[in-house]
Design a protein around this ligand. Structure first.
Ligand SMILES: Cc1cc2nc3c(=O)[nH]c(=O)nc-3n(C[C@H](O)[C@H](O)[C@H](O)COP(=O)(O)O)c2cc1C
Length: 299
């Protein structure tokens, strides 16, 4: 007796008719009869009342059907669980990504060819007009002290009374990450693509870049902070007049995992459109059937 035989039995019980049950199972009546026989043989009892046409189930048959319905339900539930878990596994590279703060990163950071791979992934993000309105600025290891000087000066400009510890922290942001880059948004002027879409494209690219780093086994984080709004630092980094310093991306191996964090439930970010009254109805329908108006938004 196979699980399929039990499904045939359940179908026959539902349809109470050989022809409809066979059609429902997608098999011939002959195969359906064979399936019922297989269950009868397995249970060593008659499941159907005798007769050439369908005459219903015996009391034993009813008991077997009740069990078969439960069994098939459990098998279906198990299949659903397996499929859901398979889909979750497929999504894991995206779902499991976390930002890793610089203090949890260690050497080595991604190599140049790996950075190129990440940028390749970033270039696959949706990008209206293929403008790639962003660029990556790298800071080599031997430039970090100079960058730290820039960070420290920015901190002094912003807070002339900054404590030594704050200045040291500002320098650390430049010195600590194994690999450090800046993500610069460069909206293209006088293009047909609205600037707000270019910002979205840049954000999508940044997301792909971080996901790519995660896929390659690296930890990464984008940090902006006040310094990204400092014009003097911007010009020291070579930003054009229409460019924006979105943030600094730190990358490296993961020395320590970040603490768990909570996420919004997916359902909390979904809602269904409630068409305005009268939209999507034949002219005059709203007037002749007012109940349609009240049910529209509640589907
Ligand atoms: C452009 C940009 C700038 C950010 N700047 C900061 C920042 O200055 N400080 C900060 O704590 N998080 C900042 N974040 C958020 C972190 O990068 C990170 O996404 C956040 O800590 C959530 O962690 P998760 O990515 O693991 O969910 C920034 C994110 C983006 C996209």
């Amino acid at each position: 007796m196979r699980p399929d035989d039990l499904r045939c039995l359940v179908m026959l019980h539902r349809e109470q008719d050989w022809v409809r049950a066979a059609a429902g199972c997608g098999i011939s009546e002959h195969d359906l009869a064979a399936a019922v026989r297989a269950v009868e043989d397995a249970h060593r009892c008659a499941i159907l009342r005798p007769g050439t046409s369908f005459r219903g189930f015996t009391p034993e048959g009813e008991a077997v059907v009740a069990w078969a319905i439960e069994f098939c339900g459990a098998v279906d539930e198990l299949k659903r669980c397996f499929q859901a878990s398979k889909k979750r596994t497929l999504m894991a590279p995206l779902i499991d990504r976390r930002s890793i703060s610089p203090k949890r990163l260690c050497e080595p950071g991604p190599e140049s060819h790996e950075l190129d791979l990440m940028i390749e992934a970033a270039l696959r993000a949706p990008d209206h007009g293929a403008l790639h309105p962003w660029r990556i600025l790298e800071f080599s290891k031997d430039q970090r002290e100079a960058l730290a000087d820039c960070f420290e000066q920015e901190k002094r400009r912003r807070d002339p009374l900054a404590a030594q510890a704050d200045l040291r922290r500002a320098r650390e942001h430049a010195l600590r990450p194994p690999v450090l880059t800046a993500f610069i948004v460069s909206p293209r002027a006088r293009m047909k693509v609205p600037v707000r879409e270019q910002w979205l494209a840049a954000g999508a690219a940044l997301g792909n870049l971080l996901n790519a780093a995660h896929q390659l086994g690296y930890g990464a984080i984008v940090l902006s902070g006040e310094r990204c709004f400092d014009d003097v630092l911007g010009s020291a980094l070579g930003l054009g007049p229409d460019e924006f310093l979105a943030g600094f991306i730190s990358m490296g191996c993961i020395a320590e995992k970040p603490p768990a964090r909570k996420y919004a439930a997916p359902g909390s970010l979904r809602s269904r459109w409630a068409p305005p009254a009268g939209v999507g109805q034949a002219p005059g329908a709203a007037m002749s059937d007012p109940s349609r108006l009240t049910t529209h938004g509640s589907r």
